[in-house]
Write a protein that binds this ligand. Structure first.
Ligand code: NOJ
Length: 540
């Protein structure tokens, strides 16, 4: 059988550059900081990096508000720093994806500055402008993810412009072919520099109902109590998200990517899609697998950490996959609470084991390999614009800087300045301490990734769930003529559990355990007993 394309079982490590490593002493991470840690990432055993935005930006939304798509913001360095990062990553065998933000720009982008000079400006139609409703007020009832009107009145022209997020982030009008071509040129700029693809921000938002019809049931305020990234509700956003015309856009985007090669040199699109109706989600692959290579699946972030719901999710997602397509799994991101906090510190290792042993591509958020919990952020330290509006929506806790060493500011910055956000402390210690501790989550993550490399079927092969006692998630992976080659048993409880029977195809031997085992410790007297919180990989 042919080996699947490279992205189908990729392990993609998300770097949030602001919080990775600060080399110029301003309390904010930068591109040279990422470059300095490439050996660490290569040793960890991931194969692809995804960098959140580092482009020129007023930073109203920490870089998702782009002022110049082809310039590096001085906060992060310059283009030469980016080229050095890319060259070093490639030299270490790591691919690099960057963020691509098609839905909106910063209000300070020259395109918008031109558009807002007047109704007849050259780039007026690059954004979405409308007259007030007949009785006055916004043109329709669309709302932002904060539950406020998605329209802001421009006093100069008396028209409203559309923004799905902050009013300083106007939405582009992708129905204008000049916008599409200019945004494709942005992609070509980075592809020509050698990037291996893009994570497409807010992928479902690029096409809107041309008639701008009201959404059923939406009114300002409806969403204010929701976590914004909690999902694009089909009714609340019927006409401004997930419009069928976006498939044409992504097919054409795919053509741009495909123009750069295939096989190991293929450039890919990873789509940010908060869609939990798996049939609708799977459409982003395209009918002929000619749209997104990997639509992101955020299901694990919304599923309770228990065997039944996790198993159901994995089965539903894998059943919805078109033939030849690969799933993606995400346990953390810069928009969500940290996995170690969500599942609890005792289960962080099991969460890592699950992420890296499900079929498909895995996305690992920086710091999760250290078991980093959410940081405690005092009200006066909130920086996230969402958190400044609604403290409960703050994404700062999961954006706290990486703890590298026992030095000041955990080695994140050498400047003696305060890091831009307060630090969180992983229970297993900083990266240097975990490096030296064979039982650390960092070293466990390396062992799991090494196992994954040695067993291609772990990424690409099938999965079968098997019977297990209450509180235990059990599945087999990989197949050979005489059956599966690996068995996984995750004790999702904090008490020991005995596995009375192991699935057919054995005998099974313990191969890897998430429980820290000091060197020279005696083997467990009954191998079938899973300790509290223990996950085990069994081999035949
Ligand atoms: C999704 C990004 O992940 C998030 O951080 C950002 O605020 C929104 N898109 C807007 O670009």
């Amino acid at each position: 059988t042919a080996t699947p394309p490279w992205w189908c079982d990729a392990v993609i490590y998300q770097v949030y550059p602001r919080s990775f490593l600060d080399t110029d002493g301003d309390g904010v991470g930068d591109l040279p900081g990422v470059t300095r840690r490439i050996p660490y990432l290569a040793r960890l055993g991931v194969d692809t990096l995804w960098l959140s935005p580092f482009f020129s930006s007023p930073m109203a939304d920490f870089g998702y508000d782009i002022r110049d798509h082809t310039a590096v913001d001085p906060l992060f360095g310059d283009l030469a720093d980016f080229d050095a990062l890319l060259a070093s990553a490639h030299a270490h065998g790591l691919r690099v994806l960057i963020d691509y933000v098609p839905n909106h720009t910063s209000g300070e982008h020259p395109w918008f500055l031109d558009a807002r000079t007047g109704r007849h400006s050259r780039r007026r139609d690059w954004y979405v402008w409308r007259d007030p409703a007949p009785g006055g007020g916004p043109p329709n009832n669309w709302i932002t993810l904060f539950g406020e009107s998605a329209w802001t009145l421009d006093l100069k022209s008396g028209q409203y412009y559309l923004h799905s997020f902050l009013s300083s982030m106007p939405d582009l009008n992708w129905r204008n072919p000049a916008v599409q071509e200019s945004m494709f040129d942005v992609a070509r700029f980075w592809l020509d520099r050698g990037v291996d693809g893009f994570r497409v921000d807010c992928a479902p938002l690029v096409a809107k109902d041309p008639a701008l019809r009201d959404n059923p049931g939406a009114s300002a305020g409806t969403l204010a109590h929701h976590r914004p990234m909690g999902g694009y509700d089909g009714q609340l956003h019927l006409h401004d998200q997930g419009h069928p015309d976006l498939h044409r856009i992504y097919r054409e985007f795919r053509t741009v990517l495909d123009g750069y090669g295939d096989g190991p040199g293929a450039r890919i699109a990873l789509g940010e899609i908060h869609e939990y109706d798996w049939a609708a989600w799977s459409r982003y692959f395209g009918r002929e697998l000619d749209e997104m290579h990997l639509p992101l699946n955020f299901g694990l972030l919304r599923t309770s950490w228990e065997p039944g719901p996790v198993r159901d999710l994995v089965q539903e997602v894998t059943a919805a996959l078109p033939a030849g397509a690969a799933a993606t799994w995400v346990t953390g991101s810069h928009d969500d609470p940290r996995v170690a906090t969500r599942v609890g510190p005792g289960q962080a290792a099991n969460a890592m084991l699950l992420l890296l042993t499900l079929p498909g591509a895995a996305i690992l958020y920086n710091g999760d390999e250290l078991g980093l919990p959410d940081a405690d952020i005092a009200p006066q330290d909130i920086r996230d614009p969402w958190g400044l509006r609604t403290p409960a929506l703050s994404r700062d806790p999961s954006r706290s800087p990486m703890p590298w060493t026992a030095g000041p500011a955990a080695g994140f910055t050498e400047g003696g300045v305060r890091p831009w956000l307060p630090l969180a402390r992983p229970p297993g210690g900083d990266a240097a301490a975990q490096e030296a501790d064979p039982g650390s989550l960092l070293n466990l993550t390396r062992r799991i990734l090494a196992l994954r490399r040695g067993h291609p079927a772990l990424g690409a092969g099938g999965i079968e769930f098997t019977d297990a006692p209450e509180g235990v998630l059990a599945y087999t992976r990989g197949s050979s003529p005489d059956g599966p080659s690996l068995l996984l048993t995750l004790n999702m409880t904090d008490r020991p559990v005995r596995l009375d029977k192991l699935p057919a195809g054995g005998p099974w031997h313990r191969h890897l355990s998430t429980a820290p085992q000091p060197p020279g410790a005696p083997a467990p007297s009954d191998p079938r007993v899973l300790a509290a919180d223990e996950g085990v990989v069994w081999r035949r």
